[in-house]
Ligand binder design. Structure first.
Ligand code: 1GP
Length: 250
């Protein structure tokens, strides 16, 4: 029975995000980069995660040179019942051990490899999984630092001054049928996505809005939520100091 309930919960990751948005319940994803976490630290790390307001776990990075993703996801699944979503830098990071995948298209860039090629390459892999696939528009926005996403994808971020382009790109993604929109300043960004941008997109796009990159304080997290983010993603701040979870207690 318990297992059935869990399965029910996990096959509805997207529905649960939409429901949370309707109820104005804010969501927090902890991003785990398989290249940066030691497997043996995962149980202790998750003790902290579980005491915090974290609702989702994202796993991924721009690269995963040593193919650690599957091992890391398996270790995470052993210690948590939170939904685990892949946030893959490329097709090699797809594993059936997770619950779902953000099926990303890098809409801000003009590199066909990350707009559609990787997605085509992913099809034969995804056909052999039962991952919940969530189509996600991914917009890289200038966070005042050249980020790994920018380097690996060989694309330029959109300037934070170009709010119209950001909004129109997000709207194009929604019109194309994408189910989530992710405003990304890049991992370790110096400047997170401005609250005015979050609000503009929030007011014009009806799909749930994810915001991440450079958020490293409770104040910044609350600002992103009040500006309109439905789900905020934090990675680096937790990697640098897991005591940050203590400021985000349930
Ligand atoms: C990066 O949005 C995420 O893809 C999280 O960024 O590592 O800066 O928290 P940080």
């Amino acid at each position: 029975m318990y297992r059935e309930l869990l399965i029910f919960a996990f096959v509805n990751i997207y529905k649960n995000i939409v429901q949370a948005k309707k109820e104005n319940k804010k969501l927090l994803a902890v991003l785990i980069d398989p290249e940066k976490i030691e497997i043996n630290t995962i149980p202790a790390f998750f003790e902290k995660v579980h005491q915090s307001i974290t609702t989702h776990i994202f796993v991924g990075g721009s690269t995963d040179i040593h193919n650690q993703t599957e091992k890391v996801v398996s270790a995470i699944k052993q210690v948590t019942h939170l939904p685990v979503l892949l946030f893959p830098g490329d097709v090699s990071q797809i594993t059936n051990k997770a619950d779902g995948i953000l099926f990303l298209s890098l809409l801000s860039g003009r590199n066909p490899e990350y707009l559609i090629e990787q997605q085509i390459k992913a099809v034969p892999v995804l056909k052999n999984t039962d991952l919940e696939i969530i189509s996600t528009g991914y917009l890289l926005i200038d966070g005042a630092k050249e980020t790994a996403t920018q380097k690996v994808s060989n694309t330029k971020p959109i300037s934070q001054n170009n709010q119209e382009l950001i909004l129109h790109t997000a709207l194009a993604g929604e019109l194309l049928g994408q189910k989530l929109m992710y405003l990304e300043a890049g991992s370790g960004a110096k400047i997170p996505v401005e609250t005015a941008i979050i609000t503009t997109v929030k007011n014009n796009v009806s799909i749930p809005l994810i915001v991440g990159g450079g958020i490293r304080s409770k104040h910044q997290l609350e600002n992103a939520f009040s500006a309109g983010a439905d789900l905020v993603v934090i990675g680096t701040a937790f990697e640098n100091d897991a005591r940050f979870f203590e400021q985000l207690k349930k």
